[in-house]
Design a binder for this molecule. Structure first.
Ligand code: GLN
Length: 455
């Protein structure tokens, strides 16, 4: 009840949770206690976790931050929810998010913005902003997030904790409401790499109900952590710094905090090598063609017929479709649907969608070449610190630039992690800065070791 009491106290202001169900949570906690008493507990048994409201959970309100799903109650459990339940974790509630995970500030949520616990006049980042604020304000022990273009890492950076987007296909997307299916991936958001490793042990694994789920042997993500002590635990590790990540667009203070963190890695024994990811500048335009294209297709299911919002008044079927979608979706979602249907339309498909797919391959090739020169890549997670609520809300392009360093990782399907690097002084306040660590496919265990060595 400690977390539930803290939620009662702080959530009305922070707005991190949008669905709470004290009775269900307490029932799960009681079951976990019984399991602990019976000696059948696993590492996460009894641990209170916040679930992003993108995961369908049986009997729980599941809105994806949208009016479209305001009254939707989950009829089954998502793969991620199932796995946490089986491990005996306690679901504290569903967290706020940008509508259909489209955004970088949590301001597109139908249920209102979320305040950054470090400075309540600022945003927590997005789209997993509710999960981020819940972790940062200690309204949960840890949380889940999803990352299509940075939505785990950027809020972790802006709220001063750790977040990991795994290799595409490692965590089941079953029951995770789709935004851009070829990019969406769920992952842990927590205080430490150790906590994230324990969560990865639970979250990962093949799921036949997700057609892109990977069939791989289960790994123990905690296995390397004990060795990360002593003077030079990272001796022999080659860390690549892409020069494109330290160029125009990066806030100078953020740059120096990130450089200082990298310097600490040098002291831990890492060798720093200069690398180049020449197509980095194309990743935002490519993403903002491909993600809306996939979203326009995924969101066509919200037609007012099968489930979700239906306009109260209409004249015929077509009018019902139009009004339901016009009233049920917010402005950013509509913008993405318009962009998506445009780039997929007959006359423009080759010029936009096909071209973007070709550049996506070049971006993945950049990383493949880089990983012949280094073991992991480091750089900033986001170009700046948390910005003020409203500051970028009316400027989609400024908002899209938040994803500068994160989206290439999704386009390539690689794992990416943000860990706290330090603080930047902004207008008399210390605001958190994240360090991004990008690994090769399936290198999450090593990335967590690397993060752990610094923590
Ligand atoms: N900010 C990006 C977007 O708006 C990424 C969102 C995400 O990762 N879900 O699309």
């Amino acid at each position: 009840t400690e977390f539930l009491d803290r939620i009662d106290q702080h959530n009305p202001d922070i707005n991190a949770y949008i669905a709470l169900d004290r009775e269900r949570t307490l029932a799960q906690a009681a079951a976990a206690d019984a399991r602990i008493a019976a000696g059948t507990a696993e590492p996460l048994t009894g641990i209170p976790i916040a679930q992003k409201d993108i995961f369908v959970a049986k009997g729980w309100q599941t809105t994806c931050g949208s009016k479209m799903l305001e009254s939707f109650i989950g009829p089954y459990d998502a793969g991620v929810i199932e796995r946490f339940d089986a491990a005996g974790a306690v679901n504290l509630g569903k967290t706020n998010m940008d509508e259909f995970a489209m955004g970088s500030s949590n301001e597109t949520s139908y249920f209102g913005g979320v305040k950054n616990p470090w400075d309540r006049s600022r945003v927590p980042g997005g789209s997993s902003g509710g999960s981020a604020a819940a972790v940062a304000a200690r309204l949960c022990a840890a949380a889940t997030g999803t990352d299509t273009g940075g939505s785990i890492r950027q809020p972790a950076s802006l709220c001063g904790f750790s977040g990991l987007k795994p290799t595409y296909g490692l965590v089941s997307r079953y029951g995770m409401i789709a935004f851009a299916s070829s990019l969406d991936q769920a992952g842990p958001m927590a205080k430490s790499c150790e906590d994230m490793a324990l969560m990865m042990n639970v979250m990962t694994g093949f799921d036949a109900r997700d057609s892109t789920s990977l069939q791989r042997d289960k790994e123990d993500y905690t296995r390397g952590l004990p060795a990360m002590t002593g003077d030079k635990p990272l001796a022999g590790l080659r860390v690549g710094l892409p020069r494109e990540f330290f160029a125009d667009g990066l806030n100078a203070q953020v740059s120096s905090v990130v450089q200082a963190a990298i310097d600490e890695y040098r002291k831990l024994g890492a060798e720093i090598v200069a690398i180049s990811l020449p197509n980095t500048r194309l990743s935002i335009p490519v993403y903002y063609v491909l993600a809306p294209a996939e979203a326009s297709s995924n969101l066509s299911r919200y037609d007012g017929v099968r489930y979700g919002y239906r306009a109260p008044e209409y004249t015929d079927l077509m009018d019902m479709y139009c009004k339901s979608r016009a009233q049920g979706f917010g402005a950013e979602v509509k913008r993405r649907i318009l962009i998506g249907t445009y780039v997929l339309s007959a006359g423009y498909y080759d010029a936009y969608y096909l071209k973007a797919q070709q550049i996506r391959r070049l971006i993945a090739d950049d990383f493949a070449a880089a990983f012949t020169q280094c073991d992991v890549i480091m750089g900033p997670t986001a170009p700046g610190t948390a910005f003020r609520s409203g500051e970028k809300a009316d400027d989609p392009v400024a908002m899209y630039l938040e994803d500068l360093y994160t989206i290439a990782v999704n386009l390539a399907g690689l794992p990416g992690m943000s860990i706290p690097a330090g603080f930047a002084e902004v207008e008399g306040k210390a605001l958190p800065v994240g360090l991004q660590v990008i690994g090769n496919y399936f290198d999450e265990a090593r990335m967590l070791d690397i993060g752990h060595a610094y923590q």
